[in-house]
Design a binder for this molecule. Structure first.
Ligand code: F6P
Length: 353
């Protein structure tokens, strides 16, 4: 009955044949790491790993024991195979050098081992996010090798540890979802060629930060909240899980827009999310599914990285909505935005879109 289903291994072998066969082997190792993190996360409080580790991570954020264990799971599953030239993790300040015992390859793995981990204490979905780049030749990677725009990613994906564990992946030819069959231990292709609907009526943003946002984002959210009585003429729904993986997953499944925009809380931090191992892989997955991913002022995948842990504003999801938010930024930057708080924008406004 179960034979004939496409496993992740079969899929990656078929989609990375020829010169990229090492990429297939690397993805199989990533999937093995994800399965062990899934088992750990799935134990919940029974794992005994709830609570904080001793340290804070490179972001200055409290590091949980489970963050540390997830990080170790990815390092140990992926360092030995000879495909990698180095790794970068949210949990490590410096790039990780492949131990001397193992051969070096040409690929670079960049990852957030457990995104949204504050949610694991409250049994809400969390995830792992990864991005894969390649260097021209095998050998130890320097920091500069990792500082490549997201458009050069050869693969990207995330695992979501929810009621079911899923791995969502792109190797540059669409975005595909695999569900972990806990009985056989295989990831099975259940969501081939995912498409994000171009239109949506659902937005996700942490509105407690509203006073720090720039005017174009305030305008967009005000219009969504005004719903049927405002310029959009239609009611919107809002969601905020505070777990980017869960948010992006929902958008891939049924559309929507997710925003963690630029704000002025701390001028040294132009956004909250990290470019190399959060924004870039999610942007690739969303674009490969027909959506759009922007900083508000340009395509995320075109941002030239300057540092390993750099942050970036993120606006991604259904294409029409992302393009609208980009337009609001353009109109603001050129001084041509209209006073969106004006009562003239009510139901019968001359300016209604
Ligand atoms: O990695 C950062 C993260 O946990 C994301 O998964 C999530 O979208 C965001 O932070 C939530 O931020 P906040 O707590 O500010 O809502």
């Amino acid at each position: 009955m179960l034979s004939g289903r496409t496993t992740l291994s079969k899929f990656v072998i078929e989609h990375t044949r020829g010169q990229h066969s090492e990429l297939g082997a690397l993805l199989v190792d990533v999937a093995a790491a994800v399965k062990s993190i899934s088992a750990l996360v799935g134990k919940g409080a029974l794992s005994g790993f709830a609570g904080l580790a001793a340290a804070t991570n490179v972001q200055g954020e409290a590091q949980k024991k489970i963050d540390v264990l997830a990080n170790e799971a990815i390092l140990s599953h992926c360092e030995w195979g000879g495909q990698l030239a180095g790794m970068v993790s949210e949990e490590m300040e410096a790039a990780y050098r492949i131990p001397d015992d193992y051969p070096r390859g040409r690929y670079l793995l960049l990852f957030d081992p457990l995104d949204g981990s504050s949610n694991s204490d409250v049994n809400v979905s969390v995830g792992s996010i990864f991005s894969i780049l390649s260097r021209p030749a095998a050998g130890d990677a320097a920091d500069a090798d990792f500082l490549r725009p997201g458009s050069e990613q050869v693969a990207a994906g995330y695992a979501i540890y929810g009621p079911a564990t899923m791995l969502v992946l792109s190797v540059g030819s669409g975005t595909h979802g695999f569900t972990l069959d806990r009985e056989s231990g295989n990831f099975i292709l259940t969501h081939p060629d995912i498409r994000v609907p171009a239109e949506t009526r659902e937005f996700a943003i942490n509105t407690s930060n509203e006073r720090f946002w720039e005017a174009p984002v305030q305008r967009y959210v005000a219009e969504c909240k005004a719903g049927r009585s405002g310029v959009r003429g239609v009611d919107f729904n809002m969601r905020w899980i505070a777990s980017m993986v869960a948010e992006v997953h929902r958008i891939l499944m049924r559309g929507g827009i997710f925003m963690y925009p630029k704000d002025h809380r701390d001028p040294a931090r132009p956004g909250r999310l990290r470019l190399l191992y959060e924004a870039n892989p999610m942007a690739m997955l969303i674009e490969q599914a027909g959506g759009a991913a922007s900083t508000g002022r340009g395509r995320i995948l075109d941002v030239e990285p300057e540092t390993l842990h750099q942050r970036v504003p993120v606006i991604l999801g259904s294409r029409d909505e992302v393009e609208r938010v980009e337009r609001y930024h353009r109109e603001f930057d050129t001084g041509t935005d209209r006073p969106f708080v004006s009562p003239l924008f009510a139901e019968r406004s001359l300016f209604r879109d």
